[in-house]
Design a protein around this ligand. Structure first.
Ligand SMILES: [Zn+2]
Ligand SMILES: [Zn+2]
Ligand SMILES: [Zn+2]
Length: 429
């Protein structure tokens, strides 16, 4: 519902008059002295269509000017940035966040229902202490593994760059160095990421970026535990210089008793050894790709066994060897063995595909089937698979042709790969 400054004043007490925008770190930029302009009731919110206070600012050198796009009520209801609509806590598209926290909120999209909903939400916001999100987001569960895996840990200022110069793309930009837009090749216009709709992003539906992220989460590698059950040590890499042994202990003690923590400051890594394998497996599962400390995502791998470490001694190269010899994350593990009691069908199932019941198999081509000889037949035995076929023995004229060997048809098979018995189309008795 459109509401302008001049008309429709009955509801004006609900119009937003904010002192400061609700923004994510990326949109705010890296300049701590950022200057903003403020325009009261400058535009209508792109979601609820009520006038709201617009802020404009430049988020850093050679960045484009940004402004708030949705009102603060809409931003608080979804706990998102007023400009980029990404979740304020994890920096993720709302569709990803809602999927990860199983948030189901059926926000009304028709005008009257939307107004009613917004009023209710405003009342809820007024009654809350401001530390918790309202609506379905506030009632959601604690952060899930998915969120921790995908969460952005540092601001992504590249997102604030100017848009691509459309004149330059056509080869017509005369502004040269002065041009405030980017002189870069545009991304593929068919790229779904180039086509985003602010309403879809807010309501968390059909968001191409969210689809991409969710797909990425589904294909993320898993950390395989080593076969050697005596290994209870985890390698923690990418510590930087601010994370101490105490920080690591504070995180890892929840998984079980820790035998030792060795921090190798020079390599910015640490080895955390647990007393039991169970605790180390739990710690690996809960920390791999998810452990974020001091704004850094730490790299978790399995360590080597004690025997291997003792063999190498305390040489200088110990650390490097440990890192190189670990199992590479992402490689598939050993394939499971085929079932041994599956009989003929089981041994042919090379790719571990789901087994089809025999009736589903296509019937063998009738002219390729070699029938078993009838009882009492004393002719030449059928050739062994793989052996070159001999011409049929000469028969005296008038000799009744054999009904079983079918020489002309058997000779149609030239190669072992065409032999129906070798292809497995015919059950070998
Ligand atoms: Zn709004
Ligand atoms: Zn933002
Ligand atoms: Zn240009």
């Amino acid at each position: 519902m459109a509401a302008s400054k001049s008309t429709n004043t009955y509801n004006r007490q609900n119009w937003e008059d904010a002192e400061f925008p609700i923004l994510c770190q990326t949109c705010l930029g890296d300049n701590p002295y950022v200057r903003m302009t403020k325009e009261k009731y400058g535009k209508e919110c792109k979601i609820c269509a009520r006038p709201f206070t617009i802020f404009r600012w430049c988020p850093g050198a050679r960045m484009r000017f940004k402004k708030t796009e949705v009102c603060q009520t809409c931003s608080k209801v979804k706990n998102c940035c007023q400009t980029c609509l990404l979740d304020l806590e994890y920096g993720l598209p709302l569709q990803v966040r809602d999927a990860a926290l199983s948030i189901k909120d059926d926000m009304p999209k028709s005008d009257v229902n939307k107004e009613y909903y917004t009023q209710n939400m405003e009342r809820e916001i007024a009654n809350s202490d401001g530390t918790q999100a309202v609506g379905a987001v506030g009632k959601s569960q604690s952060p899930s593994d998915l969120l921790l895996k995908l969460a952005r840990t540092t601001p992504y200022y590249k997102r604030n760059r100017p848009h691509i110069c459309s004149f330059w793309v056509k080869g017509e930009c005369k502004r040269g160095e002065e041009c405030p837009y980017r002189h870069e090749k545009p991304t593929d216009p068919d790229d779904p990421l180039a086509d985003q709709n602010i309403k879809d992003r807010f309501y968390g539906v059909n968001d191409p970026v969210a689809h991409k992220l969710l797909n990425r989460a589904a294909t993320m590698p898993k950390l395989e535990a080593p076969e050697d059950r005596t290994i209870t040590t985890l390698y923690v890499g990418g510590l930087g210089d601010k994370i101490s042994e105490k920080d690591l202990r504070d995180h890892f003690y929840q998984f079980g008793e820790i035998r030792s923590i060795n921090v190798v400051a020079r390599q910015q890594c640490a080895f955390v050894q647990f007393t039991t394998r169970q605790s180390s497996e739990l710690a690996a599962e809960r920390s791999f790709n998810k452990l974020i400390m001091n704004g850094r995502r730490l790299n978790i791998k399995w360590g080597r066994s004690q025997a291997q470490q003792a063999l190498m001694g305390k040489k200088d190269g110990e650390f490097k060897d440990i890192v190189q010899l670990e199992p590479v994350p992402g490689l598939p593990g050993a394939l499971p063995l085929p079932p041994t009691d599956g009989g003929d069908e089981g041994s042919r199932n090379y790719f571990n595909l789901p087994q089809h019941p025999p009736p589903l198999m296509p019937p063998p081509m009738p002219h390729l089937v070699s029938m078993p000889p009838p009882p009492g037949y004393t002719g030449p035995p059928p050739p062994l698979p793989g052996f070159p076929r001999l011409p049929p023995p000469l028969r005296p004229p008038g000799f009744p042709p054999s009904t079983t060997t079918q020489p002309s048809q058997q000779q149609a098979v030239h190669y072992p790969s065409q032999d129906p018995q070798r292809m497995g189309a015919v059950q070998q008795s």
